[in-house]
Design a protein around this ligand. Structure first.
Ligand SMILES: NC(=O)c1ccc[n+]([C@@H]2O[C@H](COP(=O)([O-])OP(=O)(O)OC[C@H]3O[C@@H](n4cnc5c(N)ncnc54)[C@H](O)[C@@H]3O)[C@@H](O)[C@H]2O)c1
Length: 312
């Protein structure tokens, strides 16, 4: 296959795993990784890499032309917890990077775009359980507002200019290969590291805070699946609900204790509790299942086993 792919924000939690998977599938030289900073040796050595600020349209356009890019995966963003500290920087990065990519699509300089949204598009007035694809949203965080606005713009560029944009609302993502980048679900990665290194973890959310989560392998599979589906199957051009499992910090602790009986979890909720409280506990992803055949594979027990086995 001759198409070339550009990943923006390739050194982050999702971008680095996505880059490796796409390079394995399409060949290292077909997948250009880019970020505002350099990545680890594997990422830097397994294919082309460009330093790129996603908010710089001219630099992006130049890279797209030079590498003859057809598909862009835009993974650069400021995440929920950090965005509450730097609202204007988050808004500028999250919105301008998206406009830059959408405008390349509008000008027919690229053929297909992946841009992730988040469960953060939902807010305190959203039905909490089995949150439907279409429902009350009203996000209350800077990050959620940027993602919801992004969704509206994606749908607009598709309807108005025929831009082939595809998107999923990732839940909190869990991976043993990469560390999370400043989100409200980061505890669900940190806990496994600390369980093995310290035997205890102080969680920044309350024990009964239920949130939708997903193991990284499922997230990468969903990303490739929606991008490879026939365009007619992608009926939602804002962003699809996507689900795998939902759990609370207390449930993760219990699941870890099955393998590490001495593990202890303490709780010291901070500002991230309010963010978590505004989000759904579980997600109805039947639209993604019906339209393009989405099906998750990892539940909490399988995730705990994968995390502990690999981190050991
Ligand atoms: N990780 C999750 O749990 C989760 C959940 C829902 C949605 N998402 C979304 O998925 C996408 C990727 O998330 P992630 O967890 O990998 O984030 P991350 O913070 O781990 O990675 C983001 C990457 O973007 C890079 N970056 C920052 N500013 C940049 C700029 N101006 N130009 C180019 N690169 C820049 C960073 O250096 C970093 O490598 C984001 O859109 C995020 O909102 C993530």
């Amino acid at each position: 296959m001759s198409k070339s792919i550009l990943i923006i924000g390739a050194c982050g939690q999702i971008g680095s795993e996505l880059t490796h998977t796409l390079r394995e599938k399409y060949g290292g030289d077909k997948v250009v990784a880019s970020d505002i900073r350099e990545g680890d040796d594997h990422l830097m050595e397994s294919g082309p890499f460009e330093i790129l600020d996603a908010t710089d349209f001219d630099a992006l356009e130049e890279i797209v032309a030079y590498w003859e890019i057809e598909e862009v995966y835009l993974m650069a963003a400021m995440l929920s917890a950090t965005a509450e500290k730097f609202p204007m920087r988050a808004w500028n990065l999250n919105m301008n990077s998206l406009f830059n990519v959408l405008n390349l699509g509008k000008d027919k300089k690229i053929k297909k775009i992946f841009w992730p949204s988040s469960i953060a598009v939902f807010g305190p007035d959203t039905p909490k359980q089995n949150t439907p694809q279409h429902t009350i949203m009203q996000p209350s965080t800077v990050y959620g507002i940027s993602k919801q606005s992004g969704e509206r713009w994606c749908e607009y560029y598709h309807r108005k200019f025929g831009v082939d944009i595809r998107s999923v609302r990732y839940p909190g993502l869990i991976s043993w290969k990469t560390m999370p980048g400043g989100g409200t679900t980061d505890y669900a990665v940190e806990v496994y590291h600390q369980a093995l290194s310290n035997g205890k973890y102080s969680c920044f959310l309350k024990p009964d805070t239920e949130l939708p989560m997903m193991f990284m392998d499922d997230a990468i599979r969903a990303t490739l699946k929606i991008m490879e589906s026939d365009t007619g199957k992608i009926k939602v051009r804002s962003s699809y609900n996507l689900a795998a499992m939902s759990f609370t910090p207390a449930q993760v602790a219990k699941s870890i204790q099955k393998q590490l009986p001495d593990f202890k979890m303490e709780y010291a909720p901070d500002f991230r509790q309010a963010i978590a409280d505004s989000w759904p506990g579980s997600i109805d992803d039947s639209a993604a299942r019906d339209d393009w055949g989405w099906q998750a594979e990892f539940d909490l027990e399988k995730t705990t086993t994968e995390m502990l086995d690999h981190l050991k």
